[in-house]
Write a protein that binds this ligand. Structure first.
Ligand code: CUA
Length: 174
């Protein structure tokens, strides 16, 4: 069977595109750690604020260099709106919603979760640079959707903070 030269070239281009896409997929999952988060648990959406760990939203240390950030979403806010975590620590985000579907996307990172009523979402991340990261809801959730945002404040290493603690306390008290 004779395959025309142009047809061969066309097949080669098709094969090359397929290989590049396959390589990109492997790179995204194996190197960058991007994957679809699975269901981390079920919850009664009417009793979120009574169900641990969502009865105490916020950040807590769960081990050396490992923190848990518990977040509740509702129209149209994240609770708590601002979370503070140390740089280079492993942060496990655990989130859910009390009403409709919301999104949880930390800008500039691969942290991207869908928050579905009755479902607990979980994802871990390590911030390697201090700074403020905007958290946005990326699932349309009603009239106030565009106002639904939060913030992750990544703070410098504990050793860096120690020196300024005393001076900071005076100014921050009230
Ligand atoms: Cu919450 Cu959009």
């Amino acid at each position: 069977m004779k395959v025309h030269t142009y047809e061969k070239a066309f097949l080669a281009v098709g094969l090359a595109v397929l290989l590049v896409c396959g390589a990109a997929l492997v790179y995204a999952t194996a190197v960058q750690g991007i994957h679809l988060p699975g269901v981390a648990g079920r919850i009664d959406p009417r009793r979120v604020y009574q169900t641990p760990p969502f009865n105490k939203p916020g950040v807590r240390e769960v081990g050396p260099g490992h923190y848990q950030a518990v977040i509740v979403s509702q129209t149209w806010a994240f609770v708590p709106p601002v979370i503070r975590v140390p740089v280079n620590a492993k942060i496990t985000f655990i989130a859910t919603t009390v009403d409709v579907i919301h999104g949880f996307n930390v800008e500039g990172t691969r942290l991207n979760m869908m928050l579905v009523p009755g479902q607990v979402s979980r994802n871990s991340y390590r911030f390697s640079a201090p700074g403020e990261y905007l958290v946005i809801c990326h699932e349309y959730c009603g009239l106030g959707h565009h106002t639904m945002a939060g913030k992750v404040v990544v703070e410098g290493a504990a050793a860096d903070r120690a020196g300024g603690d005393e001076a900071d306390d005076d100014g921050e008290d009230h």
